[in-house]
Design a protein around this ligand. Structure first.
Ligand code: ATP
Length: 194
């Protein structure tokens, strides 16, 4: 079985950029959030459970997951959000395990924003954190998404503090400079994992 490296980072840290570099170096990356968005539409078992929890309106007339409806339902309802996550997270986990079984490389990467929050690092051989200074991250997300400073900061404040992640991570990429340096650091780290 391949070794699984958990790849994570807060908003605007650059984890997706790092994941793309890792793929360029020839290693497979599982994108947890993207897969979650796919399986809520593809996994019939999961669809049934979501409808049981939130009602048939969780899916539109075309049978597609209605993100807005669901967001409205769980907004200000922590318990319901928790129950929804208790349905979706195990499904993603099974999907990931299927994916891993098909891989032939000795190392594979699992990109997930919530690696430490969901204690998914326990199922990984090592954790790799991408981090950068708050101001730099905020600026990058403002440029990428057209959000205001305050909007990005508000998301950041809800995430696990960077210092806690740094304590838990096995490997850390500091993404405070340019993309060339980011790629070099990524290469150095990826090829030195043993
Ligand atoms: P999110 O969790 O918000 O999706 P992320 O951690 O996946 O963020 P990226 O999307 O990889 O972060 O990076 C955020 C933005 O910053 C992107 O537009 C990316 O191109 C840019 N970026 C990342 N690293 C650098 C860098 N070293 N130099 C310049 N731009 C960068």
């Amino acid at each position: 079985a391949p070794k699984i490296i958990g790849l994570t980072g807060g908003i605007g840290s650059g984890k997706t950029t790092v994941a793309r570099f890792i793929e360029e170096f020839g290693f497979p990356v599982y994108y947890s959030d993207d897969r979650a968005k796919t399986i809520v539409n593809d996994n019939e078992n999961l669809k049934i459970k979501i409808k049981e929890l939130l009602g048939d309106e969780a899916y539109d007339e075309n049978g597609l997951y209605d993100r807005k409806f669901v967001a409205g339902k769980v907004f200000n309802n922590k318990e319901l959000l928790h129950q929804l996550n208790e349905i979706i997270h195990p499904a993603v986990r099974l999907d990931f395990e299927d994916w891993v079984r098909k891989q032939t490389k000795y190392l594979v990467f699992k990109e997930t924003a919530l690696l430490f929050e969901l204690k998914l690092n326990r199922q990984c051989y090592k954790s790799l954190l991408v981090t950068a200074e708050d101001n730099i991250r905020i600026k990058r997300v403002m440029d990428r998404d057209g959000k205001t400073y305050r909007e990005v900061e508000a998301v950041m404040e809800k995430q696990m503090p960077e210092k806690d992640k740094i304590k838990m991570a096995d490997c850390i990429i500091y993404n405070n400079t340019n993309l060339e340096e980011l790629k070099e650091q990524t290469e150095r780290i990826v090829f030195n994992i043993e």
